[in-house]
Design a protein around this ligand. Sequence first.
Ligand code: FE2
Ligand code: FE2
Length: 342
Amino acid sequence: MAAVTADQTTQGTAGTTDDADAERLAAFDAAVAADDRIEPRDWMPDAYRASLIRQMAQHAHSEIIGMQPEANWITRAPSLRRKAILMAKVQDEAGHGLYLYSAAETLGASREELLDKLHAGRQRYSSIFNYPTLTWADVGAIGWLVDGAAITNQVPLCRCSYGPYARAMVRVCKEESFHQRQGYELLLALSRGTPAQHEMAQDAVNRWWWPSLMMFGPPDDSSAHSAQSMAWKIKRHSNDELRRRFVDICVPQAEALGLTLPDPDIRWNEELGQHDYGAIDWTEFQEVLKGNGPCNEQRLTQRRTAHEEGAWVRDAAAAYAEKHAARPGSAGAAAQPVEATA
Ligand SMILES: [Fe+2]
Ligand SMILES: [Fe+2]
């Protein structure tokens, strides 16, 4: 979309007329309606920008906080192959965080500002990462269910109306798909292993199933941001719609794994052509959101410590970039200094 750029009209400054505002809004609405992409230099309503920053920040934070529960098992992976896979996956999640912080920067929110808000508890990350990884099978259950739920959520985001977010999602989804498969393959090996290994896999699925369903957010009738996000085509499907889709995907996969989903109410609904499932405990979800989950405090403390201990790396990268940019004739002389904030 390039109908009205921020260069031509500056949003929110004194002197803009109601007519001009209405014109810009009409151009924005028309672009969204036509499925055009909104790009960083395009005019956009303040509320659209704020909503995207909120969602992208929460997404970026989830990627980097999500590294913790799995990194917990890197040193104890049962083979070199499993260790290499897990390390690659955890590194991917760091990369996802970086793409998303960069995408949020195109909206005027610096990485430093977003990280400060995360560390101060003023912005959220996905509640799923406040659960502990108690056994090796949890690495499999996270890959299969948590990354699987993330893919179900994120594939439609590849068509999100905001260009940089949509483009970041294309690569993220390809990598999430590898994450989901490695988790599935890990669980399959355990499920077909000794009775103790099978039991470990089942126990992990029992613990991760319900929190994974909660990853899609509250039911549609109590979701604060859903309707507006869908009107702006940031979101393409409702929370309940995506949750149902996820259940439909998981039921045959659980059968193939030889594992049981811990919900006696799951059954095929012939009329809807979808599975029905049991009631979700939304009180638990709210408690975890409020900070009372099993690992909320541990996750944030570890994140703050990592940030503080990494300060020297950021300082060194910034000093290097500055030195490089100042060197006459070097490639860096023409480049922008790197703003290393994370
Ligand atoms: Fe990710
Ligand atoms: Fe992932």
